[in-house]
Write a protein that binds this ligand. Structure first.
Ligand SMILES: Cc1cc2nc3c(=O)[nH]c(=O)nc-3n(C[C@H](O)[C@H](O)[C@H](O)COP(=O)(O)O)c2cc1C
Length: 170
């Protein structure tokens, strides 16, 4: 299947290591994988102007990097969200991407989703996982799983192997 991974970290560190491991596993299993490093893109928050639901006919009035992400929402079979934990939540960069889908309502093809989270501490995931699960349920996507990496788990072979195996056995 076609998998789009949205990496919501603004840098190439812990979340990116999780994303790379996922790509390795998914590619090994024969999936077509596209990584969109949305944390490094310029994507503003939704303006609630409703242009998309009126004159825009599904197009956002803001012509920023979201135009690079929208095709994935239209063509992928699975969406993988990846984010560092920022103050017990998903990054603002990933949150903006998740909210800008307002223009089309929900992914038109995807039926599955997963979430990768990186943090410094343990026990900081309740908010991020809850938001993710609520949005997936609202959009009708099946949650295939959530993998977290706290502190020293980040970049550890054990964690990266867990992710590779997860991605290989979707
Ligand atoms: C603005 C900011 C807020 C953060 N908030 C939390 C937090 O609430 N809990 C936590 O455990 N780590 C927090 N962290 C640490 C990051 O989640 C952690 O370093 C993560 O591995 C970073 O991922 P990255 O290397 O992909 O950027 C925060 C980091 C930043 C920059």
């Amino acid at each position: 299947m076609k998998i789009a991974i949205l990496n919501g970290s603004p840098r190439n560190m812990n979340t990116t290591a999780m994303v790379k491991a996922f790509v390795e596993g998914a590619t090994k299993a024969g999936h077509e994988v596209e990584v969109l490093h949305v944390g490094k893109m310029k994507i503003a928050g939704c303006l609630a102007c409703e242009y998309c639901h009126n004159k825009g006919n599904g197009q956002c009035i803001q012509k920023d990097d979201m135009t690079k992400v929208m095709p994935a929402y239209l063509t992928a079979d699975m969406i993988v969200y990846a984010s560092p934990i920022y103050y017990f939540n998903l990054s603002a960069q990933l949150t903006a991407v998740m909210q800008r889908i307002y223009a089309i309502g929900k992914p038109t093809k995807a039926t599955k989703a997963a979430l990768l989270l990186s943090s410094a501490s343990r026990g900081v995931y309740t908010g991020a996982i809850s938001i993710y699960r609520d949005i997936m349920s609202y959009m009708g996507l099946e949650d295939k799983g959530v993998i977290t990496a706290a502190g020293r788990e980040n970049g550890s072979e054990a964690k990266l192997n867990e992710i590779r195996e997860f991605a290989q056995n979707l």
